[in-house]
Design a protein around this ligand. Structure first.
Ligand code: NAG
Ligand code: NAG
Ligand code: NAG
Ligand code: NAG
Ligand code: NAG
Ligand code: NAG
Ligand code: NAG
Ligand code: NAG
Length: 817
């Protein structure tokens, strides 16, 4: 049987209202349903799977075969014994559900006394049921009375100022929509955090809000993007989430076991797939690790640990941890900074404090055990955006996040003697490390000055580093997996590249030369990267790194096809992209018209997604460190593909945030903190992305001589135009005619956010992608990027001592190409 006759049969049997609204003239009977205009959701009577007696009014996905109820009206008051019920729109604009005996089982209470004709209850494609007056005013909506599910764009307040409790309340059982003890919503004592409650006891808690616009962003194979955001509307916080166009159906719900889930409909397997669940089964449950203990999610298998300066109180963590050294109070205590922490619960929210005042607040009160500070910078310029949290007494429900997984700095009070002891241990190691560093620095300066190839020694130091990192359990886990990355033998590569002939040379990069090659009988075009010999890695280490990098697969990253080692040669074989790199188009007056605005916007979004993948969606956190127009290749459809990713790893720079003695990068694309202090993080890539974004919009090079008279560089130029409301003047003249002003202005605005001096003020790539994908997302106001402007002379001086000159566009301290 084909589906069609079945469908016809069904529509003959069921004289359904296939309308999307109820009016006073039209009621809903037991067999009827409302269907939203696009057919996404339906509202009607249903009986849960394993119950034959109880009937409810609910909303479900109309097109999804598995019954999935997102809202239930009479959850605690079912229609019993299969008696037919009816839902009517009363003359005073309320929806009323009654059973066959005329008993009212559920009703809305709008307190409209006068009768209004033309009022309707409309089911929208968002899944929202709305009572709408003839003048279009909404007087009631089901989104204000959620059951256990939140749908995209539904807004859940974290406070309950209006007296309506807007929490998600779980079903009692898989087939029982009744209200259970599990609920999820704002913690009314602070309005800063989201909690799952088991009755009145917290069961799981999310970190206090720290001002970030986006707290989660996920990208699946199908490319959908989901974002949880907390929005601040006039000082009140709301939780909501959005999905990008073309996403599968998504819902956020609290299941009957008290587990919070994000689910996506997979139409291939015809099932809901959960891709976020809290609490995770291991140590995420509320206060699981006890006072002063935390759940260490940075471990391969998360487990409880004690904060530094603490030890387990007893054999396990059932009583948490105790101080190794009691506090003496006064000036005998110091504060230790713990990074990437989920802040503990039970804080005191002190308003209107600067960071220093917040520190003082905690310092002067002996019972204060920790503090944390954030700037809830929501772009409003409101007087008080400070968030000073202090803790008196025990610290419970903490976690340490994986690198790049968020979290904030927690300042923990410790007796100075505790730290002294730890320092004593360090005293043995420190001199060794220090002398190595000094030696390395001397070498570095020497290399830069003379540019001779005495690079080995530094590399060996770096290399020890790499070896330690290879012991890291995450790597081992990955290494054990098999990978079918072909080893390609050196002779084949020599043949393919005509013995590395100059005419096959495609380009030179910081890490070596790239040749075009024809591999095998089929004549497959590939790009061969011949790594400069200075990486100093052994063949095994190299292989391990390559295998890791080969696992990074994303449509905005260049694909690695194979590798080769031969004596001290190391080669990587990539897919060959005929359209060369972005700079070949962008900065070439004859070719830049190929890049119309649509293409440029696609390129910008693609780069952002690729970078996001490197930073947080792949299993390794990779900081690119040399993102620039020439490292973005374009395929035949002008899709951007980031190249040279993972090079920083191969060259031994795989720390998450670190100070490096070897600076790789390109002047202009390097963030101030990286160029000056060698300190890099994911935010250094954000900076480079911001520069690239401004270049793509303007068609101007960051270092173009064009600016040297009035402005130090493109950033200063862009800022000056933007500040005066003339940002449109920045737009490349070849596209300015045909680009939507709001899109291009938004990109400039975002670019300026990314190039702010303070790394903390720059958005994460997750927020960046979100702001690019969502036209309605609020953009904070950027701060003026002063660094390369105000301190230009200083920068120049520094640059001299580092051996970089302005004309040398790219600096790689080791290569000196
Ligand atoms: C209904 O109950 C049966 C037996 O108890 C169970 O196997 C089945 O999964 C239930 N159906 C649903 C939808 O929960
Ligand atoms: C309607 O009126 C009743 C009684 O006056 C009151 O308790 C209730 O809060 C009102 N509801 C709304 C939605 O205003
Ligand atoms: C929720 O609380 C009840 C009673 O307080 C308890 O029996 C139950 O185990 C708790 N649930 C979880 C998941 O901890
Ligand atoms: C930012 O927060 C302040 C108070 O905290 C509020 O008045 C303002 O409306 C918020 N601005 C935005 C854009 O949300
Ligand atoms: C569903 O199947 C199609 C075709 O086989 C595939 O392209 C798509 O990625 C699959 N979607 C999911 C979510 O697995
Ligand atoms: C910790 O140890 C106590 C006593 O030995 C035991 O009762 C408790 O279940 C243990 N807790 C955990 C989390 O292992
Ligand atoms: C915050 O404190 C400063 C003084 O420290 C005071 O001038 C200002 O009025 C306060 N602002 C608010 C909103 O309380
Ligand atoms: C510390 O602060 C708490 C809360 O503000 C207060 O109750 C306590 O008296 C303070 N203690 C001291 C020594 O100031």
């Amino acid at each position: 049987m084909t589906p069609l006759p079945v469908f016809v049969l069904l529509s003959l049997v069921c004289f359904c209202i296939s309308d999307d609204r109820l009016t006073t003239a039209k009621l809903l009977n037991a067999r009827d349903k409302l269907v939203s205009s696009g057919g996404v959701f339906a509202l009607g009577f249903f009986t849960p799977a394993n119950s034959t007696v109880d009937t409810y009014i609910g909303i479900w996905y109309n097109k999804i075969p598995q019954p999935t109820y997102v809202w239930v009206a009479n959850r605690d008051n079912p229609i019993k014994n299969g008696s037919p019920g009816k839902l009517v729109m009363s003359s005073n604009s309320d929806l009323v559900l009654s059973d066959s005996q005329g008993r009212t089982l559920w009703t809305t209470t709008n307190n409209f006394t006068s009768a209004t004709t033309g009022t309707a209850a409309i089911l929208f494609d968002s899944g929202n049921l709305v009572i709408q007056l003839p003048n279009g005013k909404h007087i009631w909506q089901s989104f204000d009375y959620p059951t256990d599910t939140a749908l995209p764009d539904m807004v859940l307040p974290l406070s309950t100022n209006d007296g309506i409790l807007r929490r998600l309340v779980a079903w009692k059982g898989p087939d029982d929509p009744g209200t259970s003890d599990y609920s999820m919503g704002g913690d009314s004592s602070s309005d800063l955090q989201v909690v799952i409650w088991n009755g009145t006891r917290p069961y799981w808690r999310r970190s206090a809000w720290d001002g970030s616009l986006v707290s989660g962003l996920y990208q699946s194979i199908t490319g959908f993007i989901l974002t949880e955001i907390i929005v601040d509307r006039g000082g009140e916080l709301y939780m909501t989430f959005t999905v990008s166009q073309g996403s599968p159906s998504l819902r956020m719900m609290l299941d009957y076991k008290g587990t919070f889930k994000f689910l996506a409909w997979n139409s291939n397997s015809s099932s809901w797939e959960a891709f976020i669940e809290h609490p995770s089964p291991i140590c995420e449950r509320y206060a699981y690790c006890g006072p002063f203990g935390y759940c260490d999610a940075a471990e391969t298998v998360p487990k409880c640990n004690c904060l530094s300066g603490f030890e387990p109180d007893g054999v396990n963590f059932s009583r948490g941890c105790r101080r190794k050294e009691d506090l003496k109070c006064g000036n005998n205590d110091i504060f230790s900074t713990l990074r990437g922490m989920k802040t503990p619960d039970k804080f005191l929210y002190v308003r209107n404090r600067s960071f220093d005042q917040c520190t003082e607040e905690c310092k002067r009160n002996c019972s204060c055990s920790a503090y944390a500070y954030a700037n809830l910078n929501n772009g409003s310029g409101a007087a008080d955006q400070s968030r000073c949290l202090i803790w008196l007494g025990g610290l419970v429900d903490m976690a340490k996040f994986r690198d790049g997984g968020g979290g904030e700095d927690l300042y923990l009070r410790l007796a100075s003697s505790t730290v002294d002891k730890e320092i004593n241990v360090l005293k043995i190691i420190l001199p060794i490390v220090a002398s190595l560093l000094i030696l390395a620095s001397i070498c570095l300066v020497w290399i830069c000055k003379s540019r001779v190839s005495g690079k080995r020694r530094i590399k060996e130091i770096k290399n020890k580093h790499t070896r330690q990192h290879l012991q890291n359990s995450k790597l081992n886990e990955l290494e054990n997996e098999s990978i079918d990355l072909p080893y390609i033998c050196f002779e084949d590569i020599v043949t393919a590249t005509d013995n590395f002939s100059d005419y096959k040379l495609l380009g030179k990069g910081g890490f070596g030369k790239v040749y075009k090659g024809l591999l095998g009988g089929g004549g497959k075009e590939v790009a061969v990267k011949r790594l400069s010999k200075s990486s100093g890695q052994g063949a095994d280490e190299f292989r391990n790194e390559v295998v890791l990098i080969a696992k990074l697969q994303h449509r905005n990253l260049v694909r690695l096809l194979g590798y080769c080692t031969h004596e001290d040669e190391k080669l990587l074989i990539y897919e060959y992209l005929p359209n060369k790199s972005l700079d070949a188009f962008l900065f070439d007056a004859t070719r830049n018209s190929v890049l119309d605005w649509l293409t440029r916007f696609k390129v910008i979004k693609g780069i952002a997604r690729g970078l996001l993948y490197l930073h947080q969606d792949s299993r390794l956190t990779i900081i690119h460190r040399d993102l620039k127009a020439s490292n973005v290749l374009l395929d035949a459809e002008m899709n951007p593909k980031i190249s040279d990713f993972g090079m920083a790893r191969i060259f031994g720079g795989n720390e998450q945030q670190a100070n490096t003695i070897r600076i790789v990068g390109t002047y202009g694309y390097m963030s101030p903190e990286y160029a000056m202090e060698g300190s890099f993080s994911v935010k250094s890539d954000t900076y480079s992305f911001g520069v690239l974004l401004l270049e793509i919009v303007s068609g101007l090079k960051i270092s173009s001589a064009h600016f040297m008279t009035d402005f130090t560089n493109l950033i200063a130029y862009a800022w000056s135009l933007w500040k005066d409301g003339n940002a449109r003047e920045l737009v490349d003249s070849s596209i300015v005619e045909n680009c939507p002003p709001h899109e291009v202005l938004r990109c400039i605005h975002l670019g300026l956010l990314c190039v702010q001096d303070n790394p903390n003020a720059r958005p994460l790539m997750s927020s960046t992608v979100f702001m690019l994908e969502n036209e309605t997302a609020l953009l904070p106001t950027p701060k003026e990027p002063l660094y390369f402007r105000g301190r230009y002379d200083e920068v120049e001086d520094q640059r001299d001592t580092m051996g970089i000159t302005l004309n040398k566009m790219t600096i790689t301290m080791q290569e000196g190409r």
